[in-house]
Write a protein that binds this ligand. Structure first.
Ligand code: X8Z
Ligand code: ZN
Length: 587
């Protein structure tokens, strides 16, 4: 086996995978935007075929294990092996079963609703059944964001979680088959396989996550302490005690993962936010599509090509009323070229305006690396992919909002703490959640946590890392991880933790490239071609180089560096320390 043999093998393999992955994309798009038995059947079949091809090729690649190859060819072979999120064993029956479970779980989550008057297990008798309204997750998310009635919030919190117990046996089986698949590829289990995609050893990766967490933890603890005190003021001791863990239903988000929606409860009377982004969006009269146009404009101002016509024709911007869809926002490239789309159920809120930038970040990344070979049409690592749009959204500052006509005046620096608080409630509050979702899965995959302890292990992590607690008693009859999209959706989650750290590093580097000298939180790179060029050059690399090379191209650094996020929030940290004086922090 020579270098030339390996190159030929890789060329053929990539051509076959590219074709098959296009089939999967179209079938999956259908299954996510028209949930029914037929689309699920079709998707599962396509996924089955793709999985079996990818596994076959990954195993075949082993024939080059002892060959003398260039580092580039070796790297591509490794990437071929690591391509699947959930590999199946060679057995065709198991491949089919795994694919069917995947489509089914995704569909259960997407079609999930909470129907207050319905007994568990009872089917609704029809869409217009007036016995009681059913709430979609989008509707419940809106209520969790705005409503402050603890009783209703608790009901929604519990209600949504009825979606997941039926998922549990499927999930168990999925893990079992996936682990067998990972083992056939030479990994101890899926946990090792998932952690092996970061150009370092699997255990080094887990250690690096912990290392970064320890750097930002003081900021999280200070925020937690202050938010708990404010919630205690607002709701009283009976609902939120002044010490201990915060009940998970009061943080403005179904999973208590981002807390920006309770800014009104957390702010001081003299600390008005400089503006309310949702209000600006509503007052502007923008349609959902115009919100996406605003996002596109930011990217084109940095020198990215405008989105293709098909993006506007084929994307899903709003929730269809006539069918079930997977509303969880995502960005797609269906043909590996220009057929890029987003799928969202956009609400006219500041939160969704930010999510639009997040999704467009995926699309502009996908498009700018589309000349790379199939295996390199990925982010430098998956954290990079998640960080691009968020980096851009960090430039949604008052200055920028004035530039695009949404704000009349740039507020004075006396409003900075309000702005930083709003940002921290999303960015800092998210960190422990971003860390623990895959900590849970790694334990499940490697057998440390068995099915009989799934929920217990989930809440142990939620309590330990986030300092929150379930508002009602939970047991193994519940399967709360399944009520979070990425578990049934099988999307790895460590990427979002990485992205939270990285996006501040990227923002800092881009602001420097743009010649901005003020504080990081006031910097916007809108319209700056020098920053745009730097970003575009890095993104165009795709996954062609180990991620530290991409990181270096943009930031001059080869490692994750939490000092950027810590520096960004330094003024807020000082404020929080002052506020927390005399309070007993921790949980
Ligand atoms: O899933 C997402 C994106 C799609 S990649 C909307 N995010 C995570 C989540 O919603 O849980 C973005 C932030 C974290
Ligand atoms: Zn994303």
């Amino acid at each position: 086996m020579t270098e030339a043999d390996a190159e030929q093998f890789l060329e053929d393999a990539q051509a076959r995978m590219a074709k098959m992955s296009e089939e999967v994309s179209h079938a999956s798009w259908l299954a996510s935007t028209y949930i029914n038995v037929d689309s699920q059947f079709t998707e599962a079949l396509a996924v089955e075929r793709f999985t079996s091809l990818a596994v076959e090729l990954a195993q075949e690649a082993a024939k080059f294990d002892d060959a003398d190859l260039t580092p580039e060819t070796r790297r591509m072979l490794t990437m071929l092996k690591q391509g699947l999120v959930f590999p199946a064993p060679k057995d065709p029956k198991l491949t089919a079963e795994l694919a069917q479970i995947g489509s089914k779980l995704q569909g259960m989550y997407g079609a999930g609703k909470y129907c207050p008057d319905q007994e568990p297990g009872e089917e609704s008798s029809g869409a217009d059944d007036d016995k009681g309204k059913c709430y979609t997750l989008t509707e419940m998310g809106q209520m969790m964001a705005k409503n402050r009635d603890p009783k209703l919030l608790k009901e929604l919190w519990v209600g949504w979680r009825k979606v997941s117990p039926p998922m549990k046996p499927l999930y168990e089986r999925q893990v079992e088959i996936g682990n067998a698949g990972a083992q056939e590829l030479g990994y101890d289990n899926l946990s090792v396989m998932w952690r092996s995609k970061y150009d370092m050893g699997a255990d080094d990766f887990a250690a690096d996550m912990d290392k970064q967490w320890n750097k930002v933890k003081p900021l999280y603890e200070a925020l937690h302490c202050h938010v708990r005190a404010k919630l205690n003021d607002h709701y009283g001791d009976d609902v939120v005690p002044a010490s201990g863990k915060i009940p998970a239903h009061l943080l403005g988000n179904m999973w208590a993962q981002e807390w920006g929606n309770i800014y009104d409860v957390v702010k001081d009377d003299d600390m008005q936010a400089p503006y309310d982004l949702t209000q600006l969006v509503v007052d502007s009269g923008m349609s959902e599509k115009e919100m996406v146009k605003a996002g596109e404009k930011f990217f084109t101002s940095l020198g990215f090509k405008p989105l293709p016509k098909t993006f506007w024709e084929r994307s899903q911007f709003t929730q269809p009323q006539d069918r079930d869809v997977v509303c969880h926002a995502s960005a797609w490239n269906l043909d590996g070229k220009d057929d890029i789309r987003i799928k969202m159920c956009i609400n006219k809120t500041g939160e969704d305006l930010v999510t639009i930038h997040h999704e467009l970040g995926h699309n502009f990344y996908q498009r700018i690396y589309n000349d790379q070979p199939f295996l390199y049409k990925e982010g430098a690592n998956d954290g990079f992919h998640e960080a691009v749009g968020d980096t851009i959204a960090l430039s949604i500052t008052p200055k920028y909002l004035k530039q695009i006509g949404l704000l009349d005046e740039v507020p004075g620096t006396d409003k900075d703490i309000g702005f930083l608080m709003q940002q921290a409630l999303d960015k800092i509050a998210f960190l422990p959640f971003g860390l623990l979702v895959d900590k849970w899965r790694w334990q499940v995959f490697n057998g440390e946590v068995e099915p009989g302890d799934y929920n217990k292990a989930w809440w142990k992590l939620r309590e330990e890392y986030q300092g929150i607690e379930a508002p009602v008693e939970r047991s193994e009859a519940n399967f709360d991880p399944g009520a979070k999209y990425h578990i049934p959706g099988n999307t790895p989650y460590a990427r979002y933790f990485l992205a939270r750290i990285q996006q501040f590093q990227f923002h800092r580097a881009l602001c420097e490239a743009a010649g901005e000298t003020g504080p990081l939180h006031r910097c916007s790179i809108f319209n700056n071609k020098a920053a745009g060029k730097k970003l575009r050059n890095m993104l165009a690399m795709g996954a062609s180089k180990p991620w530290p090379d991409a990181m270096e191209a943009l930031t001059g650094q080869r490692e994750l560096d939490a000092t950027a996020i810590v520096d960004y929030f330094q003024p807020l940290m000082e404020y929080l320390q002052e506020q927390n004086k005399g309070r007993q922090c921790g949980w």
